[in-house]
Write a protein that binds this ligand. Structure first.
Ligand SMILES: Cc1cc2nc3c(=O)[nH]c(=O)nc-3n(C[C@H](O)[C@H](O)[C@H](O)COP(=O)(O)O)c2cc1C
Length: 322
């Protein structure tokens, strides 16, 4: 065994999200990795820190009519409208295979009402093989529920505390970036009993075809994701890290190990990858290799030590003196 492989094997990439320990910080983001099973022949599901399912309501949903996605500079706009198979079919049809493949499964929970969030969470808590619940209070593409809760401090608090009472699983509300002060929402979530927060969901945006003067997607507006949003998402993770003690699952445009490390250094305990998986479905091992190489180069034995290790001292001094 070479020295390098010994050092690499000796590295600890594990991270803790409440009571949950992930073997590494790399997570497939909701809506960009199906229900996980679709990728099982291409990606070793058990090699990922976790996968997050597509958002699930109590019942099946059709979502919006096509066109539902359009490419944008350094990103994409989507308004899928939370098409999904519903929680019962997920538990019966998808969860057994995910369990058999050794995947760590976080389920993205949706609701049009508070009761629906609670009911979906209860069903998932009784099912075998769910590691945590990510509460989608931030989807910009539906009319009822979702972002209406996530854009109000009371709504955020109400959903988190209601689900908190209904489950022992880690509860991870997913925050919207479509607010002025995202840190206050992270704080509201923490105070209501969240074990962690995920951020960010997509940014409300719009693309037009100037020839026809029509919006390029049927829902008129949609959610922007991909590298275009990354610097804003990093800033939001940094702001939330100052505001709360609970772990942050950071995302928004991560497409390389360097991007993932940026989020971790800004304060994310784990990172999620969405849009980049559409560009490169083999991205996962590249991300993990890149993180290990960085740790080796910087003499780091534990990835957890890198979380929130941002050094702002010289920047602040420059700011004051200029
Ligand atoms: C096609 C598509 C579908 C998505 N569906 C969901 C969803 O069901 N639930 C959710 O919380 N976020 C959903 N998202 C948001 C992503 O999980 C992620 O928060 C966002 O895209 C930012 O990360 P990225 O830039 O790496 O894609 C979706 C994003 C895309 C592009």
């Amino acid at each position: 065994m070479s020295f390098v492989s010994f050092v690499l094997n000796d590295m600890d990439l594990s991270v803790r999200i409440g009571s949950l320990t992930l073997k590494n910080p790399i997570i497939a983001a909701s809506g960009c990795f199906g229900y996980g099973v679709e990728y099982a022949d291409v990606v070793e599901l058990s090699s990922l820190g976790a996968i997050v399912s597509k958002g699930l309501f109590l019942r099946e949903r059709e979502g919006h009519p096509a066109p539902r996605i359009v490419e944008t500079p350094a990103g994409m706009l989507n308004a899928i409208g939370l098409q999904g198979i519903g929680v019962h079919r997920f538990v019966e049809e998808k969860l057994p295979e995910l369990r058999a493949r050794g995947a760590t499964v976080i389920v993205n929970v949706c609701g049009t009402t508070l009761d629906e969030y609670v009911e979906v969470s209860r069903i998932l808590s009784d099912a075998e093989g769910v590691a945590a619940l990510e509460l989608n209070i931030s989807c910009p593409n539906i009319k009822e529920g979702g972002i209406q809760f996530g854009c109000s401090l009371h709504g955020t608090s109400d959903v988190v505390s209601a689900v908190r009472k209904a489950t022992k699983l880690p509860v991870i509300p997913k925050l919207t970036p479509n607010v002025t002060d995202v840190a206050s929402f992270a704080r509201a979530a923490e105070e209501a009993g969240a074990d962690a927060v995920s951020l960010v969901n997509t940014f409300l945006a719009m693309v037009l075809d100037v020839e026809t003067r029509r919006p390029r997607i049927s829902n008129i507006v949609g959610g922007l994701s991909g590298p275009a949003i990354r610097p804003i998402a990093v800033r939001m993770v940094y702001e939330c890290r100052q505001a709360v003690k609970i772990p942050i699952l950071g995302m928004g445009g991560i497409a390389s190990a360097c991007d993932a490390l940026e989020f971790i250094i800004a304060g994310a305990t784990a990172v999620q990858i969405g849009t980049a998986n559409f560009v490169d479905p083999f991205i996962w091992s590249k991300l993990l290799d890149g993180i290990e190489q960085y740790m080796e180069r910087h003499g780091l034995a534990r990835l957890a030590d890198l979380v929130g290790s941002i050094d702002t001292s010289t920047r602040e001094k420059q700011w004051v003196s200029s």
